[in-house]
Design a protein around this ligand. Structure first.
Ligand code: ASP
Ligand code: MG
Length: 404
């Protein structure tokens, strides 16, 4: 008997009809004698709607109450899906995270799963029942309800796969798998059949929205293969597993982009040891994530220019912090640009293929796209460009690296 965890994302349970369709998928697997644990997201749009409602009450809505509010989304789906299964003659029941319990640690709105009890559920699924668990939440040792960060149902599914030692972990979504670029906006996007954890992690962090990055990270850490597939068709999706299982015929696996970047430039910064630390330390302490940093060579040996990128939503806060730090950091002027995007190519094949860098830059030049900042790792190359150039840059790179 195979033990499987199946996760349904918000769009896969976004209406009553879709919940019934999800129940059909589960029943098919159930009839094949599998032991099944299901993890569900809130119905599409529900979590955002609840966040908005809380914001209408207060800009400083209590984090504790926000967790109580947001966890209700998944609770609704769990009950509806359990009902839909019973209606099809499949024994099923929902388990709220405090009933299991799923133990979490850390702050409200941003906790993480540390453990869960398996006995009750193992017994239930061994006795021909389907267990349905709400994703994205847990309970602390003090009995507080918490959530584990937006998109967290993926992380719940992966944690269950690990702790329940399941044979498979399937992530059902509204696209057929992981694509070479965003299939909702680029017609030439192709489904990727196999991808390594490392590549998937880069792709998720760099803008591919199919899977939450921290869930991929956990899967990588414990070597838990994942299968991302569509709720709406039977075709095989994308297998995410260790790179040993993959033959790399292509240098680049995918092109991703994000439009939530901003760039800050400090002109005429003093050029002496400790300045960069003085600039970035207060940002780090305020949890502002600095992504790329470029420092020019100082022509006169006294001052230099420093450019860095951050999340767009952190821009005002960042400028404020730097300005209030004038005592430690001296510079001539500060400027910012929030109309920038980050376009990246990702591929484990890059490790062994020379010339990828120039090929990317040449391709962008041919499209008259100016590069504002660059960052690299072993398996990715990212550039910051003007936001208006995003589409043509992605299209061009997709073609140049043979992904069309
Ligand atoms: N419902 C939560 C969210 O929208 C968790 C999830 O869907 O994974 O962030
Ligand atoms: Mg989701």
């Amino acid at each position: 008997m195979t033990k499987i965890v199946i996760k349904f994302g918000g769009s896969s349970v976004g209406s009553i009809d879709r919940i019934i369709a999800a129940a059909k998928i589960i029943k098919k697997k159930f009839d094949k004698n599998n032991k099944i644990i299901v993890v569900v997201s809130a119905m599409a749009g529900k979590t955002n709607e609840l966040v908005k409602q809380s914001e209408k009450i207060s800009k400083n809505f209590s984090k504790r109450e926000l967790d109580v509010l947001l966890t209700s989304g998944e609770q609704v789906t769990s009950a509806l899906l359990a009902g839909a299964l019973e209606e099809k003659g499949v024994r099923a029941r929902s388990y709220m995270s405090w009933q299991i319990p799923i133990l979490t640690d850390g702050d409200h709105n941003n906790s993480r799963i540390i453990n869960m009890h398996v006995e009750k559920i193992n017994k239930y699924i061994s006795n021909k029942g389907v267990a349905i668990i709400p994703g994205f939440q847990g309970i602390t040792k003090d009995g507080e309800i918490t959530t584990i960060g937006r998109g967290g149902s993926d992380a719940t599914a992966v944690a269950i796969a690990k702790i329940f030692n399941t044979d498979e972990c399937e992530i059902y979504t509204d696209v057929e798998g992981v694509y070479s670029t965003d299939p909702r906006h680029f017609l030439k996007a192709k489904k990727i059949n196999k991808i390594s954890y490392e590549e998937m992690l880069e792709m998720s962090s760099l803008g591919a929205k199919v899977m939450q990055a921290s869930a991929v990270q956990t899967a990588m850490m414990y070597d838990l293969p994942l299968h991302v597939r569509s709720t709406f068709s039977d075709v095989k999706g994308t297998k995410i597993f260790s790179s040993e299982n993959i033959d790399y015929s292509k240098t680049v696996t995918g092109v991703t982009y994000t439009k939530d970047e901003a760039k800050i430039t400090l002109l005429g910064v003093q050029d002496k040891p400790g300045v960069a630390a003085d600039i970035f330390e207060p940002l780090g302490k305020k949890f502002i994530n600095v992504d790329m940093v470029i420092q020019n060579i100082s022509p006169d040996g006294k001052t230099t220019d420093l450019t860095f990128t951050i999340k767009r939503s952190d821009l005002n806060k960042t400028i404020k912090i730097i300005k209030s730090n004038k005592k430690n950091v001296k510079y001539k002027s500060i400027s910012s640009d929030k109309k920038v995007s980050k376009v990246s190519i990702v591929g484990a094949g890059m490790i062994t293929a020379p010339g990828v860098t120039y090929k990317m830059f040449r391709a962008l030049a041919q499209e008259k796209v100016n590069i504002l900042a660059i960052s690299t790792s072993e398996i990715k190359l990212s550039v910051i460009i003007n936001e208006t150039n995003t589409t043509k840059a992605v299209k061009k790179l997709h073609t140049v690296f043979n992904l069309d």
